[in-house]
Design a protein around this ligand. Structure first.
Ligand code: PLP
Length: 349
């Protein structure tokens, strides 16, 4: 076996869902966002674990993601689609029983004509300017749409990971203004919004990244572990270089392990000469450039040559790697590559 080993702790995902669920009142429903193949961890497996933990409502980004999810979940749980009802989605929405979050008059027309009576929700823009109806558009069609019985009115916060950002309050006020008196369940908060407090919870929360162990859920249990096998170890002399472009030149005799894993596996080239891996508790710096399939790592200071080095584990989580690579945990998770040998574990419950 020469590919990395990615271990995904389904019990930790379930525990994170329960912890996020416990942050809102019992009457507030907690959904689970499993878009992008469950943030890269496998939507089917993740969704089954979440359903077992008590999640009854799921969200994906696009209708196509509903296939794997419906197969994994069976007919009961509700699956919402953030991108709404796009041309070509009608059969999927119908056959898989998806609930599109309609984003525009055009989507509403398409949905009501193609699938009259089929459940839907409405996404409203409150300032992020990404998806959802503008307030003026919504006001023009609101009475008609409400008469058709939407399942949910939702919006999304742009700055919820910054609790003190004034945008949060502004979006909250805007959301209240456009939904007040509608008598339809409402949802505004994702992982960040849940932590802004009960005003932001409404009837349903939609956590994603926190389930998978990422910020802004500080107390999240770690979910992924990634170990990369050492393929070869060599001793280089002072003055010798490592990897493409000779960007690392040894100043002293150095023992370097070449591990299997690279940017094709989602390990950013920005980690070149910068990131670390771990052998048990000992950090081992990356030497030279991260290449497509391989990374050079210093092991001079270890007592013996390791068989594996840990990229993600108890000393370094997805947000630590993200920080070293100049990105966010969301991107590290969703880039975890298809070459890893994936193992789904039940952790310590
Ligand atoms: C991705 C997404 C979520 C989940 O957000 P997290 O920050 O991952 O918790 C919720 N709602 C919408 C509309 C999203 O696009």
């Amino acid at each position: 076996m020469s590919t990395g080993r990615l271990t995904i702790d389904l019990d930790a995902i379930a525990a994170n869902w329960r912890a996020l669920d416990a942050m809102s009142a019992p009457e507030v429903q907690t959904a689970a966002v499993v878009k992008a193949d469950g943030y890269g961890l496998g939507a089917g497996k993740v969704a089954r674990a979440l359903a077992a933990a008590g999640a009854r409502r799921f969200f994906v980004a696009v209708a196509e993601e509903g296939w794997a999810l419906r197969e994994a979940l069976g007919p009961g749980p509700e699956i919402g689609v953030f991108s709404g009802h796009m041309p070509g989605d009608t059969d999927m929405i119908h056959d898989l029983g998806l609930v599109p979050m309609l984003n525009s008059i055009e989507q509403m027309t398409r949905h009501f004509e193609a699938l009259p009576g089929h459940p839907f929700g409405v996404q409203l823009d409150t300032g992020m300017n990404r998806l959802g109806m503008e307030p003026a558009e919504w006001v023009a069609v609101r009475d008609l749409v409400l008469s058709l019985g939407p399942r949910l009115l939702m919006s999304h916060l742009a700055c919820a990971d910054e609790p003190d950002h004034e945008m949060n309050r502004r979006q909250l006020d805007a959301f209240i203004e456009v939904t007040e008196g509608c008598d339809v369940p409402r949802s505004l908060a994702a992982t960040g919004g849940i932590q802004l407090g009960p005003e932001y919870h409404f009837d349903l929360t939609r956590p994603g990244v926190g389930l998978y162990g990422g910020l802004p859920f500080e107390e999240a249990r770690a979910v992924v572990e990634l170990e990369l096998p050492v393929i070869q170890v060599r001793e280089i002399a002072a003055g010798e270089s490592i990897g493409y472009g000779n960007t690392f030149v040894a100043e002293r005799p150095t023992r370097v392990a070449t591990v299997s894993g690279g940017y094709a596996d989602g390990l950013s080239r920005h980690l070149s000469n910068h990131g670390v891996l771990f052998h048990e508790d000992t950090p081992c710096p990356i030497l030279g450039r991260v290449s497509m399939d391989l990374i050079g790592v210093e092991v001079s200071h270890l007592n013996a040559d390791p068989k594996f080095l840990t990229m993600l584990g108890r000393h370094q989580g997805v947000d630590d790697i993200a920080e070293a690579a100049g990105t966010i945990g969301y991107e590290v998770l969703t880039q975890l590559g298809p070459r890893y040998a994936r193992r789904y574990a039940r952790g310590r419950e």
